[in-house]
Design a binder for this molecule. Sequence first.
Ligand code: NAD
Ligand code: GLY
Length: 369
Amino acid sequence: MIEPQTVRIDLSTSPRGYDIIIGENILANAGTYISQRMGERRCIIVTDSNVAPLYLQRTEAVFATAAHTLLPSIVMPAGESSKSVDGLQTLLGQLFDRALDRETVLIALGGGVIGDLTGFAASIALRGLNFVQIPTTLLAQVDSSVGGKTGINSSYGKNTLGSFYQPRLVLADTSTLDSLPERQMMAGYAEVVKYGLIHDLDFFMWCDEHASQLMFGNPDIRIQAISKSCAYKAQIVAEDERESGRRALLNLGHTFGHALESVTGFSDKLFHGEAVSIGTVMAFDLSAQMGLCPTQDAQAVRNHLIRLGLPVTPPNGNYDIDELMNLMAQDKKASRGKLTLILTKGIGQAFIAKNVDPQPIRELWAHTI
Ligand code: NAD
Ligand code: GLY
């Protein structure tokens, strides 16, 4: 079994970088990892109603052993609906009920929903509290817990209220993935292969060979895939924390995906990673259609995702192309009403395309929905 891996994020904009520690049974030492970096603290664990019965008691015990003072934990309803204005208000209310002070550390124990919500609450409560991410989904371990994007969804669209606010530490215990439903595991995989599709053909080939082992429990392969993904992300975030340039590449497939998540009501009909899978295929297809990318690369990506059981077309429903286009125009990368998309010259060669003509996108939606 391989040893825990540490990936370091050093930020050019801030003196304070942080570690991402990845391995099996990291949770057992979570309290110690935190006290080594931040001393003994008052902590509040925030989790969700699916994760709580699985890991909350164990995590509370570990914190108590490491001599942190644990205030009562907060359990939010599981699911994307907690990442909302109402969810934020509920969380803040419960935090302030616990006599929060500036020394209190918030511990986000869960998937991307809990991480994004807790991170956002940490960034605004008392003008900023320290927080630690303990991601328990594959998606959160390879993407959402790293890099400091926090936020909630609103009537204005996906992740439209939020902040850039970095955690002090990320602890990814890969054994927590054993309890993750298969569909969630696959959805998370879309964010793993994304790193290869953006800028590393060799990593894509490695994923093509190892993805089944990653999803079906080979612990060493998991640690390798998660460490490699975090190292890619750390490198990009270190250069461009606030997404004024290269970080936008990490949004490959997301402008299409976010529009689909929005029209399916941020619900179990379509998980975020599934929407990214469909959006990635669309980004490759659009690139091929525009003559930017070889058709066989677009086909290889589609075949890879299908082979692994990921969706490449939206669930059945009545979709309205105008609505999808309007949602795409609300994307945070859009500038002065013009669409910015992540397109590609081939596998491993993504680039930022500004002022993309909407007509081929409309045609692509017409073929896809
Ligand atoms: P999620 O947090 O909803 O978790 C998925 C489901 O798995 C939930 O039902 C959860 O209760 C359950 N779960 C979590 N851990 C479990 C475990 N170990 N065993 C069993 N069940 C478990 O969703 P997610 O896919 O982790 O994250 C999606 C969110 O992340 C989206 O809101 C997306 O926008 C956001 N995101 C953010 C970033 C970022 O950079 N901040 C990046 C990518 C995605
Ligand atoms: N998930 C995209 C980013 O963090 O920039």
